[in-house]
Design a binder for this molecule. Structure first.
Ligand SMILES: C[S@@+](CC[C@H](N)C(=O)[O-])C[C@H]1O[C@@H](n2cnc3c(N)ncnc32)[C@H](O)[C@@H]1O
Length: 412
């Protein structure tokens, strides 16, 4: 076999670890491939997002994404009775383009909110933090603050919204498989030149508990193995976010599915994918450290853990419907005004279509939002106005059957 293309130093480091300690979990392998501080795809600052990079995100499509979501933040602030200090905490901010788009929009179109607004970025990577500081250098120093992890905040410190776009799909996952019998975990071993998979019994109790809840799949005819991923980091992360949030919302955007669809019998190869120069690949053992490596998000487990941690689901739907809810007024106004097509307007419409198109970003990306200590409105949040019942889609029990109507002010 040829030497697998990839970062030579990183491959050597991983093979050395395997030679010393034996085969490693796929989670460890993915952690190094993405976040090894000197050699990983993100850790080394090799990740390039956008037209000249490896993949697009909604943020990289244009400032309209941040501007529309800023409208959603504004409504959240109003629903919270306009607190005089309202913070957006973002994780996975990359180059801080989204932060810049939100701050510019509020300054121009929502000055009252802007005056109350603080922006906190959680960024463990010092190089990215520097890039973000350069991007946001024109904003007053007291407006934006950085922290290396969510742990650095006191419990309940956040009044506002925790936001992330494509954060959870970048969390390292465990890889598991079944040949119709009990689940096995897939580890990574060294091959003659590169790496190969080996099958072992599930390596830790949390993984075993997660697998206990997954039915052993019935293999479709002709299929020898059902392979999938378990993301244990995402439910842990929502617990941390719930702890930091005193009052407000957690809004996260990512590609993924409710549990039934994620683990449907037909999805026999899971969702792991690599991205390099806008080409999707399906072998994580090649181009190690040179490409993005990602797995879809399973939203039902995330929502269950969120609600167990004191959050309440505020909505779940695809990006298409969420952005219609936020942007339809604006589009209608453009249409009615019959304004002349300026390059700016044309860019707005093109970006909006790219974000919304059902065959590209519109259906793949999902918005999930949780709330805490905010009075439930009569209507859903603006972005969820055009969506169906998120609880039902996720397979969560309806609120009426599970608990008393929630009124955080009842005891005050
Ligand atoms: C796919 S990129 C998305 C970047 C950006 N949000 C966007 O939409 O363009 C994922 C980002 O999440 C970051 N990330 C992953 N784990 C993180 C963590 N625990 N804390 C903060 N950032 C993290 C990665 O470094 C990377 O910048």
């Amino acid at each position: 076999m040829d030497v697998p293309p990839g970062n030579r130093e990183l491959v050597d480091f991983m093979r050395q670890q395997i030679a010393t300690h034996g085969p490693v979990t796929f989670k460890w392998f993915m952690q190094q491939a993405l976040y090894h501080p000197k050699l990983g795809y993100y850790g080394a600052g090799r990740a390039q997002i956008g037209r000249r990079g490896d993949f697009y995100t909604s943020v990289s499509v244009g400032r309209i994404f941040g501007e529309l979501i800023a409208k959603q933040f504004e409504e959240m602030w109003v629903r919270m009775n306009k607190p005089i200090s309202f913070t957006i905490l973002e994780e996975g901010a990359n180059d801080a383009q989204f932060a810049s788009d939100v701050l510019s929009w509020t300054q121009k179109f929502s000055p009252e909110l802007h005056a109350c607004l603080k922006y906190w970025i959680v960024e463990p990577n010092p190089k990215l933090q520097q890039e973000q500081q350069a991007m946001l250098s024109t904003w007053p120093r007291n407006k934006v603050r950085w922290s290396p992890s969510l742990d650095s905040f006191e419990s309940g410190a956040l009044c506002g919204v925790h936001f992330s776009n494509e954060l959870l799909d970048a969390f390292p996952v465990h890889l598991v498989a079944s040949a119709g019998g009990p689940w096995q975990e897939i580890f990574v071993d060294a091959a003659k030149q590169g790496f190969r998979y080996v099958y072992v019994p599930p390596s830790n109790s949390q993984l075993r508990a997660a697998l206990d809840r997954l039915p052993v799949p019935a293999l479709p005819p002709g299929v020898r193995e059902y392979r999938t991923e378990i993301n244990l980091a995402a439910p842990r992360w929502i617990e941390d976010a719930a702890k930091v949030l005193g009052q407000g919302y957690v809004l996260t955007v990512d590609y993924g599915y409710p549990r039934d669809a994620y683990y449907s019998p037909e999805r026999t190869q899971g969702t792991l994918a690599t991205y390099r120069e806008h080409q999707r690949g399906d072998d994580p053992l090649v181009m190690v450290g040179e490409c993005d490596l990602t797995a879809h998000v399973e939203f039902t487990s995330l929502a269950e853990r969120a609600e167990a941690a004191g959050l309440r689901l505020a909505g779940f739907c695809d990006q298409h419907h969420f952005l219609v809810g936020l942007g339809e007024g604006e589009l209608l106004a453009i249409e009615r005004s019959a304004r002349e097509m300026t390059p700016d307007l044309l860019h707005f419409i093109r970006s909006f279509k790219a974000l919304m198109h059902p065959s590209t970003m519109g259906m793949a990306f999902k918005f999930i939002c949780f709330e805490k200590n905010v009075r439930a409105g009569d209507k859903p949040l603006l972005g969820f106005n055009r969506c169906s019942d998120g609880r039902a889609v996720l397979g969560l029990p309806s609120l009426e059957t599970t608990q008393e109507p929630y009124d955080p002010y009842a005891a005050m």
